[in-house]
Design a protein around this ligand. Structure first.
Ligand SMILES: C[S@@+](CC[C@H](N)C(=O)[O-])C[C@H]1O[C@@H](n2cnc3c(N)ncnc32)[C@H](O)[C@@H]1O
Length: 266
């Protein structure tokens, strides 16, 4: 990963947790691992998804790895506070996993590939440690899928700044639409991708707050300094773009975003 665009701040950690809580049903309701299975969660971060995974499959064992020791410490705390005992955390690089070939029954990767300059290679590395017949589940967003009311050219420009900054760092925030070819090219079979659209309007105040404000807009807002500093946008246009994004979370606003969930087999 060439510089994680969202950083490792406390605010970002809490954004990741808000995101996971808001989207649990949409993204995870169809993920459950059988009793006794060993699951690798690659790039677990602060444990936002780990809690859902481990609670949803209480008789499976999880090994959750991340390259950031700091994130792992928060993840450990979070999982401990939830009273979950089926997760072991370990510092590891996805590109150099310290596990034998064919070690895991299943692999889970969420919101990680978008930050990597070589996502296809990362998939090949996790495939090595997966048993033949085992499954991989990958969940990613796609910032090109965001549209909203009231429409705003300034809001679109602010989102484009995040897309461009992530691309400059070697990542791809439009990766959701690429999951099928990426998994097939990495050698996974029976790959199925399902788009998961979040639709928010005034009748869903929890989503307005949890998703439109605290997940998506907070994520865009987080790169403001960098976007202005690197000359991608001027300060006034940026401020208007962020204001217009928050405006979509007023009772007469609406917001749409699509995540992509892929499942394939080795
Ligand atoms: C956006 S966070 C997602 C965390 C978590 N999966 C979630 O959905 O909340 C991306 C995570 O990938 C981790 N990461 C990036 N490159 C990695 C690598 N080569 N090996 C292991 N973890 C990596 C980062 O440290 C970060 O915690």
């Amino acid at each position: 990963m060439n510089g994680y665009v969202h950083g490792y701040t406390e605010k970002e950690a809490s954004r990741l947790v808000d995101q996971a809580t808001t989207l649990t049903e949409l993204l995870h309701s169809d993920t459950a691992y059988p009793a006794g299975s060993l699951v690798l969660e690659a790039g677990c971060g602060v444990g936002a998804q780990t809690i859902t995974l481990a609670a949803g499959s209480p008789q499976a064992e999880f090994i959750s790895v991340d390259i950031s020791q700091e994130s792992l410490a928060q993840a450990r705390q979070r999982v401990h506070a939830e009273g979950l005992r089926n997760v072991t955390f370990q510092r590891a690089d996805m590109f150099n996993l310290p596990f034998a070939a064919d070690h895991f029954d299943h692999v889970f990767v969420c919101f990680v590939l978008e930050h990597l300059s070589e996502p296809a290679e990362a998939l090949i590395h996790v495939q090595r440690v997966l048993k033949p017949g085992g499954s991989i589940t990958v969940i990613e967003g796609d910032h090109g899928s965001a549209y909203f009311h009231p429409d705003s050219i300034h809001a679109s420009k602010a989102i484009q700044c995040l897309i461009d900054l992530q691309a400059r760092g070697g990542g791809d925030s439009l990766i959701g639409r690429r999951l099928y070819p990426l998994l097939v090219q990495a050698g996974f079979r029976d790959v199925r991708v399902s788009p998961r659209m979040v639709y928010v309007d005034g009748s869903r105040p929890a989503l307005m707050d949890g998703f439109t404000r605290k997940t998506f807009t907070a994520m865009v807002e987080g790169v403001g300094e960098q976007a202005i500093g690197e000359g991608l946008i001027d300060g006034a246009s940026w401020a208007k773009g962020i204001r217009d994004l928050y405006r979509t979370a007023e009772p007469d606003g609406t917001f749409c975003y699509t995540f992509f969930k892929a499942v394939g087999y080795k």
